[in-house]
Design a protein around this ligand. Structure first.
Ligand code: C2E
Ligand code: MG
Ligand code: MG
Ligand code: MG
Length: 288
């Protein structure tokens, strides 16, 4: 152990910290020019009703379509965007594109958009989202905002008023990654959520350990008695989907139903389901 520690220390003095900072600065600089250049795109992950198998919406997940490095995942840029004050701009770009791309889809298809803890400190967040809906002509009742518990823990006061403003406009609000944050049950009582999303960590292990199964079962019952629909995230195979179906009425998403897709593949999926209204892609491209 002493040897390993010594080795780590050597790496530290070798300048791993500097390399980390350099990398961060590189990402930040890339974002500063990549956001206005339109390099950040919404990808769409199918959300289905587990009982009927019917598609009811998509979660919107940001991807950086980097001209040299290819598609970059959110864990490489969301935290940096939060730390250097770019998250609001990034979020607006991705949301605007998703609203424009999604507005001609079947009216039963909703979009779920993730909001960062840092954005919940902005008292004008709800007004900004509502303005974006008006500008893009996307209906409020087809939008769901996903908020994590950690975000609430930091800013309960502002979060509460943002959620109220959103709901007054007919926008739904979901509690994301439920079960991983702090004082979950107090939040459920204090805030009028429209949906609870069970974190992937419980779902993926549901057929491996009985604790996960018990937790998913308990959250499902809680949601049912509070009148909040449940979504299980991270459903990777049919076995897990079947176990969840046995626990009650819920929605689900995960690789079993489809990975996050770029707009082209998403439109093909919707066309196959006859859930696309006829507007040309060129028209959409022009407005974007
Ligand atoms: P999240 O909101 O919990 O999103 C679900 C994540 O789980 C996505 O990762 C999705 O690709 C992944 N996932 C879905 N199904 C499965 C599955 O069956 N198995 C496994 N192993 N993973 C699955 P992704 O796209 O990498 O996003 C990671 C996180 O980044 C998201 O977690 C969300 O918190 C954040 N994020 C993504 N886009 C945005 C955005 O536009 N704004 C903000 N603020 N955060 C975002
Ligand atoms: Mg989410
Ligand atoms: Mg989640
Ligand atoms: Mg999660």
């Amino acid at each position: 152990a002493a040897k390993r520690q010594g080795k780590n220390r050597a790496v530290w003095f070798d300048g791993s910290m500097e390399r980390l900072l350099e990398e961060r600065n590189r990402v930040e600089a890339g974002m500063r020019q990549g956001i206005p250049a339109g390099e950040f795109a919404p990808y769409y992950e199918p959300q289905v009703d587990l009982m009927t198998g019917r598609l009811h919406g998509f979660e919107v997940l940001a991807r950086w379509e980097h001209p040299e490095q290819g598609v970059i995942m959110p864990d490489q840029f969301i935290t940096v965007a939060e730390e250097c004050g770019l998250i609001a701009e990034l979020s607006e770009c991705v949301m605007r594109r998703a609203f424009i791309e999604g507005r001609d889809w079947d009216p039963q298809i909703s979009l779920s958009v993730n909001i960062s803890p840092a954005q919940l400190k902005d008292p004008w967040l709800a007004q900004k989202i509502i303005k974006l809906l008006t500008e893009t002509n996307f209906p409020a009742n087809r939008l769901e905002i996903e908020i994590t518990e950690t975000a609430l823990f930091d800013n309960l006061g502002i979060a509460q008023s943002i959620i109220t403003s959103l709901k007054n406009q007919g926008i739904r609000v979901a509690l994301d990654d439920f079960g991983t944050g702090y004082s979950s049950l107090a939040h459920l009582r204090a805030l009028p959520f429209d949906r609870i999303k069970i974190d992937r960590s419980f779902v993926t292990s549901i057929n491996k350990d009985s604790e996960s199964a018990a937790i998913v079962d308990a959250i499902t019952r809680l949601g049912t008695s509070l009148g909040m629909p449940i979504t299980a995230e991270g459903i990777e195979d049919e076995k897990i989907a079947d176990i969840l179906k046995g626990l009650g009425n819920m929605a689900g998403q995960g690789w079993h139903f489809g990975k996050p897709m770029a707009i082209g593949k998403t439109r093909r999926m919707l066309a196959d389901l006859d859930m696309l209204t006829a507007r040309s892609s060129e028209e959409i491209a022009k407005e974007a």
